[in-house]
Design a protein around this ligand. Structure first.
Ligand code: ADP
Ligand code: MG
Length: 322
């Protein structure tokens, strides 16, 4: 029996998104999923006048603002990731992201003075979240948050939920590199997803992974980096230094049942690097069953690929080597 296939490509969350869904109700399911991503964008974008995050930032040092439960849950998750990654994941780095604007200003490197000033405006303890009345506030004027390191993963989880609600069992979703693989491909095999060579803007997979009912998130790829004096400057910032994280890493890929977890972890692990990141990861997920434990693969500039030992788990199988 031929399956109905529906495809959608659209711009949201600062990136290009695609949804491929298979099944009887796939048209309606895909439309509902696109609407949901646009709604999340409308609530979470730091750059969109009228979004919760826009108002939170505009009211920094002045007052608390009311946020939608979606935004509240993501702020709480972001705060949790700040805590468990020992500050490597920090959504209050936004003043620094604006200063560096990697990917938007060529190979611009800000002055030490400007970095110090922007760094002074960061600090997750200054983000005060009150779930009781669904409000949040930033303590000091000039502070701001941005959910760019976690929102696409959360949106991927929501797309998955909506597709499942519509009875879709097989789908492949890509929200700017945050991939959700549901069920199997039309050949009834696990979806195969290429991990792109981080030094190429498109195409050229370094390896292919088979994934089933997992989200696969890669940080540190695409066009958002520049190379100057033999050093890579990514748009992922180290909260300790206020400069792009530099661990000799090109990219970090995380596979996890939760896309929001995978997204936050990929960003944090890019900051931490494999030496600090892998031990921290096993500590955080100690005692978790295999299927709930994220799998991670780092690609380093020296071509080595440190990874979690469990890459042989059926949910995340390495099918080709470098
Ligand atoms: P991408 O947006 O390319 O998928 P990430 O998920 O790693 O990549 O998110 C990077 C974005 O997150 C940056 O553009 C910036 O907005 C924000 N960011 C940068 N550094 C950090 C950090 N250490 N913690 C949390 N968010 C960060
Ligand atoms: Mg991320």
């Amino acid at each position: 029996m031929a399956t109905t296939k529906t495809g959608r490509t659209f711009f949201a969350l600062g990136t290009i998104n695609t949804i491929q869904a298979f099944g009887k109700d796939s048209e309606r399911a895909a439309d509902a999923a696109v609407d949901r991503v646009l709604q999340i964008h409308g609530r979470m974008s730091a750059f969109l006048k009228g979004s919760d995050i826009f108002y939170l930032n505009a009211a920094a040092g002045i007052k608390a603002v009311q946020v939608h439960p979606d935004t509240m849950s993501l702020l709480l998750l972001a705060a949790k990731y700040a805590r468990i990654t020992k500050g490597a994941f920090d959504i209050t780095l936004h003043p620094l992201s604006l200063l560096w604007s990697v990917g938007k200003r060529g190979d611009f490197i800000p002055s030490k003075g400007h970095i110090k000033k922007a760094l002074g405006l960061t600090g997750i303890k200054d983000l005060i979240i009150n779930p009781e009345d669904s409000s949040a506030r930033l303590s000091r004027p000039g502070q701001s948050v941005d959910l760019g390191g976690i929102a696409k993963g959360y949106a991927g989880d929501e797309v998955k939920r909506i597709l499942l609600k519509h009875g879709i069992q097989n789908a492949l979703v890509n929200l700017g590199g945050n991939i959700v693989a549901l069920g199997a491909n039309p050949k009834e095999k696990p979806w195969r997803v290429g991990i792109q060579n981080p030094l190429r803007t498109r195409g050229e997979s370094l390896m292919t992974l088979s994934i089933k009912n997992r989200s696969l998130v890669t940080s540190g790829m695409g066009e958002r980096f520049f190379l100057k004096d033999g050093r890579f400057f990514h748009h992922i910032l180290d909260p300790k230094t206020g400069t792009p994280a530099q661990n000799g890493l090109l990219s970090v890929t995380v596979a996890s049942p939760s896309g929001a977890d995978a997204d936050a972890l990929a960003t944090a692990l890019f900051v931490l690097g494999p030496e600090k990141g892998l031990p921290l990861l096993s500590k955080i997920f100690q005692g978790f069953p295999d299927e709930a434990r994220p799998e991670v693969l780092f690609i380093k500039e020296d071509q080595s690929v440190p990874a979690t030992p469990n890459l042989s788990h059926p949910a995340f199988k390495l099918t080709e080597e470098l």
